[in-house]
Ligand binder design. Sequence first.
Ligand code: C2O
Ligand code: CU
Length: 454
Amino acid sequence: MQRREFLGSIAAASLIPGSSFAQSSRRRLIAGAHRQQILPADYPDTEIWSFDAAFPGPELRARQGDTLSVTVENASPQSTSVHWHGLRLDNTMDGVPGLTQDPIAPGDSFDYQFALPDAGTYWYHSHAKSMEQVERGLYGPLIIDETDPPDVDQDITLILDDIRLERDGTVANFDNFHDLSHAGRIGNLWLANGQIDPAYPLKRGERVRLRLISAANARVFRLGLQGFDGWIVALDGMPLSDPQALPDELILAPAQRIDLMVDVTTDENEAFVITFERDGGYAITHFPISGPSVAARQDRPVLPPNPIYPIDLANARAATLLIEGGAMGGMRAARLNGEELGARELASRGMFWALNGVAGRPDTPLLDLSSGESARIGMANNTAFPHAMHLHGVHFSEVLADGRLGPLRDTILLNPQETREIAFQAHNPGDWLFHCHMLAHHQAGMGTWIRVSA
Ligand code: C2O
Ligand code: CU
């Protein structure tokens, strides 16, 4: 063990009362290619790129207050990096090539190590050529347990995806201008934990913590639960102070998470997670139910809060973000690497979207903040497509129509022609990416960044 790690873990442990054993062992995560049966058994298997030859990658699990140390070894054919989506971590560990680190070349490795101030449901994924690398399978769940986890019978993580496969099992090719300029790469096969409609047996009356994560490139899932009653207890990892009764429909945009605490209430022998599509509802996961029944719980579960950084809305620095481009509305001229280009030239370079008239990551940040300052960003989606805007390094609240602040999130969905405003306290120093998590859109220009100076 390196001395620095040892000291790091002691420091982390002493911050959290009651946690005397901070995890400090270093784990390896190997990015590489392997073959896995994704299509039904009578079809060929698929070459997947993944972590530790598993798709999805292994569930990384640690305790709030611990330090996570992961060496990522790149045995894949492309340069890569790993982003720990939703964690409020040290900026140098955020995994964004060209902004926080150099890409990890094939054959090289990178040591990630960071403190875990927050409990909740997160995920890790490649942040290099991510439209391709996340689609090929370079992602996995990252669960940070509360120091005193709530009492449940089952704790089930479902990382949802829609992948685009050919009938021969290969991942469909990526040089597709339609994906870049329209809704993004929408798949043709729904997966939960890498499988088509997997089964998780439950008992009647059991309380289940269900952690839904979307690793989809671009699809906005509309999900329904059948056979359960309960609450939404957290969004994007952050506990709701006032859990919300389970609605008929859950909207899960790319990269978002929803934590549910649900009780098995059905009398049938199966319960479901359904995805609602234009042509109907389809089971994406099912739960065979058996007896004997467990005594149903009555209490409404509330998770303990993560550290809170209050937002000073009255004195917040304000910025606006105009989202333009794409098909059916059109890309106008925009700046790319300092050069003003027309729509045709932009398209010939694979660029279809602009934020405030700039395609691709600009040289100067959208906001230059000092640590502790509050900020608000008003966003206008002036396009014909939905966008899931993700801010690295902090969680934000939506400023609601009545001026109140919504729940903390790290990714917000803007439907076509919608205007939304977010606010946050810039408590975490560093350069933080702010981009659309429809990964084709990010590749085709939808990314900017903010700077927080210490
Ligand atoms: Cu989940 Cu910038 O990423
Ligand atoms: Cu987008």
